[in-house]
Design a protein around this ligand. Structure first.
Ligand code: SF4
Length: 402
């Protein structure tokens, strides 16, 4: 008497998305499918998608009715389980569950062998005999080809449904394997979806990456402590924007020093243009106000507004500024401005007073150690300590405005 032989194959160990699918299958030992049909079955990789889908539909048809010619079962183990128990165990579990369900359909005592494509070499508690594992079987055996067609089409059809749920992911282009396009898509943590295999290297790398933070820089010395401290938890991108520094050569000198620090600390930087005319326009009529008062509020606001816009443009949620390193700045005033711009651009500002916990002293130490230039006035010609004194500019201004 002919006995049932069970064949098991799995699909999609390698993709970064969703489940692994296994199919356990056997043909009826006497009531076998026609030769004509069996001749059409081939290695699923060699079949077109259309042909695979046609054979899949025919195999389902052959498994129906009172005298089926084909018996099969499919089991899906999703990405959450894969992440928990690893892909090898998830694969085994998918095969085991597919087998257990298939065993309900056929008499147990009439099973001769269970054969599996691959070299995993594990045993199932449900079987008295160990399955036979053979590598490269799916290149030779019709039943393995049939199981493989079922597993692949079953998974592909479900992936097509996910493709409509995640249109930006272009699942149709990389449902089988990780691709360059998929890697490019995964540029940020929030792009990792609920169907990604979080334990897979490229996905894991994104999930474990530090969040990006845009750090507004007003001068090199004030940037030292923030860069060193923030680097521990964030991918820091420095943003230089100081249109208030006069003369231009002083601006360039301070920018040069910042670049030196960025190179020492291995962080990226972005420079914004020297739009000094806009700065003068912004503080017009406020020039004579003392440092930390109205002209400075406008000055902080201008720099923070530009930085927040840049963060928004770069899709960076976190931002902060080195303005709060200097003990000469009004911290409360700046916190209010930061709230205003964060709200406007939907960003999250890190309210850290870098000057605290010896921040200023540490920055002095750093600049000495690395020979970084430290300025002795805030920036504009109306700074209280501008060399030569601000009074001469204010007198000139008074004359002009008369
Ligand atoms: S003193 Fe400093 S903060 Fe105030 S306006 Fe001038 S550069 Fe800006």
């Amino acid at each position: 008497m002919n006995k049932y032989k069970i064949w098991i194959d799995e699909a999609w160990r390698w993709p970064w998305l969703w489940a692994v699918v296994a199919c356990a299958l056997c043909f009826h030992p006497e009531n076998t499918p026609s030769k004509e049909f069996l001749n059409q079955i081939n290695d699923s990789k060699k079949l077109t998608q259309k042909k695979r889908e046609k054979l899949y539909a025919q195999l389902i048809e052959l498994s129906r009715g009172e005298n089926p010619k084909v018996y099969f079962w499919v089991w899906v183990v999703d990405n959450y389980v894969i992440d928990e128990i690893n892909i090898k165990q998830a694969n085994k579990e998918a095969m085991r569950r597919a087998l257990v369900e298939l065993l309900r359909k056929i008499p147990n005592d009439e099973i001769t062998t269970v054969m599996i494509d691959g070299n995993d070499n594990y045993a199932f508690d449900e079987l008295t005999k160990k399955p036979i594992f053979i590598i490269w079987w799916d290149g030779k055996i019709t039943e393995i080809w049939a199981a493989s067609i079922i597993a692949k089409v079953f998974r592909d059809q479900l992936m097509n449904t996910y493709a409509s749920l995640y249109p930006d992911l272009w699942i149709e282009n990389h449902k089988w394997y990780g691709t360059k396009k998929h890697r490019e898509f995964l540029s940020d943590k929030w792009k990792v979806t609920g169907i990604h295999r979080a334990s897979y290297k490229p996905v894991k790398a994104i999930l474990e990456a530090k969040p990006k933070l845009l750090l507004h820089i007003c001068c090199g010395p004030d940037a030292t402590v923030p860069i060193v401290d923030l680097k521990k938890d964030y991918e820091v991108i420095c943003f230089w924007y100081d249109p208030n520094i006069q003369p231009k050569r002083e601006h360039d000198k301070r920018l040069w020093e910042l670049k030196k620090i960025c190179e020492i600390e291995w962080v990226e930087w972005i420079e914004w243009e020297y739009d000094v005319q806009n700065f003068f326009k912004k503080i017009q009529w406020l020039e004579a106000t003392p440092e930390r008062w109205e002209k400075c509020t406008e000055c902080y606001d201008m720099r923070l507004d530009r930085t927040a816009k840049e963060a928004k443009k770069l899709w960076i949620t976190y931002w902060t500024s080195t303005l709060n390193t200097s003990p000469h700045k009004d911290l409360e005033k700046m916190f209010r401005l930061w709230d205003k711009h964060s709200l406007k651009e939907s960003l999250e500002f890190l309210k850290i007073a870098f000057r605290k916990n010896k921040g200023f002293e540490r920055s002095v130490e750093y600049t000495k150690k690395h020979n970084i230039y430290r300025q002795n006035y805030c920036g504009c010609i109306y700074s209280d300590t501008y060399p030569g004194g601000k009074q001469q500019f204010l007198d000139k201004l008074k004359e002009k405005k008369k």
